[in-house]
Every structure is written in C-alpha cells, then in structure tokens.
Design a protein around this ligand. Structure first.
Ligand SMILES: [Zn+2]
Length: 252
C-alpha cells in the first residue's frame, strides 16, 4: 500500500486539503480492517536504503500541523487503533503567529490554527510520531542548496530540541523537490524525505512517494488510491489512458 498523505480533518473547511471527519472515519475503518499502521520512523531505515515500505506496514502522514489533528484526526485514529506521523512547520513552534500563507486561494487571516509548541510536545509524549515540514513552508526548489540545508537543518534542530530525540524524517513543502533539494536534505541529516508526486517521478530515499487524500475522497476513491501499485499505475510513462481513467474515478 502506498504511504498516504493528509493535511486537515475538520468540519466545514471547504478546501481540497481538508477532509470531513466522517470521510476520515470511513478511511480509518477500511484501514483498520486491512492491518496495522506504523509511524514513518518505524520504516525510515528501510526507506533510507531505497526500499519500499514493507507490505504489511501501512503508513499515514499528515502535513502542516493543523490543530484540528488533535480535535478530529487523533481521536478517530485512536478509536481504530491506528497511528500516523505529523509533519510540522518548525517556525510555528517559535512564532505562534506564523501566517499560513501556503494554501492556494486561502487568505492567511482565514486559516485554521496550527498546533502550539506545547501541543506538539504533548502529542509526541503520547506516542505520536513527529517529523519536519521545513522551517517556513517555502518551495525549496527556489532556494540555493545552502539555503535549503540551513532551512532543513534548523527545522530539524528546533524539533529535535523540543521533542528530546533526533528528528530524521522530512516531508517537503508542497511535496516539491529537485536535485539540490534532495542533496540538502541528506546534508541536513535526514534519513529519508517524503514527496507528493503529481506526475512521473523517480523514487528514492529523498523522493519517497506518497498518495494525497483530499476533500470529497469517499470510500471508493480511497480503495482505488490505496491499491498496491496505484502510483506506478497513475504516473508510469505510457500509462496515459489508465491515468485518465483513474483521474476520472478519483477526481484527482
Ligand atoms: Zn504542507
């Protein structure tokens, strides 16, 4: 099964990144029937060696650190005995007023709150895995390699200090990366880094593919997107017809 990527589970936030709690509950019920979830950190050595996650291990990830994670996603996952890894924008640990200016079409003034430093620490202490989503959620491709390394190194230090353990997994903001970004992630001390392909992409330890789940994705779409080989099917060269069919079924 592919590694899954969510952002927000909230009621009535009409944005592609936000899933209604009832839909997320359906996803979790299907997952719980399939097997066990593990935090990304449990498979990072394997991913860092360039291997895919083991077949039996399902991995859920969340990006951005929205506070609705605590209100909706965590209680639902607890009910279904699932776990996940949250990727936090580290600067928000130091600056609670950090504007959420990275959601397309969203006025930062209308953005839902991010988790506070105390909430992230509490979550980690309760056994929930945390990773880095960079310092400020910039498109890392627009930075130089040294600027990327500084951004990724600093975010790793802030989170490691906060949590009292080495944070070694990274999710690229927007899933965007390039040669120099991947090199910077390795130089900054990460074991592996997660992408979010929207087209054909060569997988590797610093380009671990994930499948994004979005608003309106119900049980049928979820089943399609969590099939083994979904990404290969959707993004392999020459799979245009399959890709169009899948896009029609899933809406993405
Ligand atoms: Zn993000």
């Amino acid at each position: 099964m592919p590694i899954l990527c969510y952002h927000s589970v909230a009621r009535g936030w009409d944005d592609p990144v936000s899933i209604e709690p009832e839909d997320f509950e359906r996803h979790c019920a299907l997952l719980a029937r399939t097997g066990d979830t593990v935090p990304l950190s449990a498979v990072e050595d394997r991913l860092g060696a360039g291997a895919p996650p083991p077949r039996h291990a399902m991995v859920l990830t969340f990006d951005d650190g929205f506070a609705d994670y605590l209100e909706h996603a965590v209680p639902i996952m607890e009910r279904h005995r699932l776990t996940a890894t949250m990727y936090v924008v580290a600067r928000s640990m130091e600056d609670p007023d950090l504007p959420v200016d990275w959601i397309t079409g969203l006025d930062p003034a209308d953005a839902p709150p991010l988790m506070s430093r105390d909430q992230v620490r509490m979550l980690h202490d309760a056994g929930w895995d945390i990773g880095s989503h960079s310092m400020r959620h910039l498109d890392l491709r627009t930075l130089t390699e040294d600027e990327c390394r500084r951004d990724l190194g600093e975010s790793r230090e802030i989170l490691s200090d906060l949590l009292g353990r080495h944070v070694t997994t990274l999710a690229y903001p927007f899933g965007f990366h390039a040669d120099h970004v991947r090199r910077a992630a390795a130089r900054a001390g990460y074991t592996c880094a997660l992408a979010l392909p929207s087209g054909p992409e060569e997988p590797g330890p610093y380009a671990v593919p994930r499948v994004g789940l979005y608003r309106g994705n119900g049980a049928t779409t979820f089943r399609v997107k969590t099939r083994p080989g979904y990404l290969g099917l959707r993004y392999s060269a020459g799979a245009d017809r399959t890709r169009r069919t899948v896009a029609r079924v899933t809406g993405r």
